[in-house]
Design a protein around this ligand. Structure first.
Ligand code: SF4
Ligand code: SF4
Length: 325
């Protein structure tokens, strides 16, 4: 039994099981215009992995069966998949609520000028990564020039109404610049709002804080610097049982770029598919078995349960004004 499962057993929560599939998260591929230091899937311009239209048809059929509350498109940079717009039109045609995770700078790329209007036309909800409001911290994680281009993309989204109306949400995502836990979400949101409005004239809906997971490039960096064990201990020592009900794997299924099913994008990065006693592929799996399935866990899961907790929707204990660190 791994250390995370031992901790779950201590709290009477072993084994961890999925409650529902309210969210279907779809990873459209690992192609990205950026090459960020902390990227858990190791995405970048040279990655060839991308979801085909054939797999997207299986995703659409799966969404008809699962009837999720929300379909969440991620990557890499999902905008760079050649079938991105077609998939969105089909999903919206089926009346699915659709959320897109954007790195912002992809919106400034060739052939992407139409995207702010396209998103507005299809009432797409946006979650945009901006790991800090300072130039230094963003460039340290994401590369030179990324901050200024991210601000330009935010201005274009604001110009078509994003971040200003409930129907056009534009959430921003913070993640720490190193091996430490995020500060409390609500206090940091106030700082973001003040700096972005006063210095750049841009606005957004909500701030989501996400913990750096010891997976992918972030883990490689920890290994290079010799901090892996210290960080794993920090996550484990800050285990917060209040996060367990809201863990994203308990309320979603993740579909990888080749159609393989995962409990979350971190398990995708680690190559740990769902356990279903049958095929773990969107075209062949018994989707009725996803709710109630046993979730594949390991020590990286402490990244989701540390402090205020962490998920693709931000902190898991949002009522708190301070979190254990
Ligand atoms: S963190 Fe996001 S923007 Fe950065 S390389 Fe990975 S997928 Fe691309
Ligand atoms: S990494 Fe987090 S979301 Fe994924 S299986 Fe572990 S606890 Fe669940």
């Amino acid at each position: 039994m791994n250390r995370f499962d031992l901790k779950l057993r201590e709290w009477g929560q072993y084994p961890l099981t999925a409650v529902d599939t309210a969210t279907v998260q779809v990873n459209l591929g690992l192609v990205c215009n950026q090459n960020c230091r902390h990227c858990h899937v190791g995405a970048g311009p040279d990655r060839p992995e991308t979801m085909t239209w054939e797999t997207m048809e299986a995703v659409l059929a799966g969404c008809r069966t699962l009837a999720p509350d929300r379909v969440d498109l991620t990557g890499g940079a999902p905008e760079l998949n050649p079938y991105f717009r077609r998939l969105i039109r089909e999903l919206r045609g089926l009346k699915h609520r659709v959320q897109v995770r954007t790195n912002l700078t992809a919106l400034l790329g060739p052939d992407c000028d139409d995207l702010p209007d396209f998103f507005r036309e299809h009432r797409i909800e946006l979650v945009a990564s901006l790991p800090c409001y300072t130039v230094e911290n963003v460039e340290a994680q994401r590369g030179r020039g990324v901050h200024v281009r991210s601000i330009e993309a935010l201005r274009r989204l604001n110009a078509v109404g994003y971040g200003d109306a409930d129907s056009l949400p534009l959430d921003l995502v913070y993640n720490p610049g190193g091996p430490f836990l995020p500060p409390p979400q609500s206090a940091l949101e106030t700082d973001y709002r003040d700096v972005l409005r006063n210095e750049y004239g841009v606005f957004f809906s909500r701030l989501l804080t996400i913990t750096n997971m010891p997976v992918g490039r972030f883990q490689q960096e920890l290994d290079r610097q010799g901090g892996g064990e210290t960080y794993r201990r920090l996550l484990e020592e800050n285990f917060n049982a209040d996060t367990l009900d809201g863990l994203m794997c308990r309320h979603q299924v993740n579909i990888g770029w080749d159609g393989t099913l995962f409990d979350c994008d971190f398990n995708l990065a680690l190559g740990l598919p769902v356990q279903l006693n049958g095929p773990a592929h969107i075209a062949r799996a018994d989707l009725t078995k996803l709710a109630g399935r046993r979730i594949v866990t390991d020590k990286h899961c402490f990244g989701c349960t540390a402090g205020c907790g962490s998920s693709c929707g931000g902190a898991l204990t949002k009522g708190q004004t301070s979190c254990r660190e």
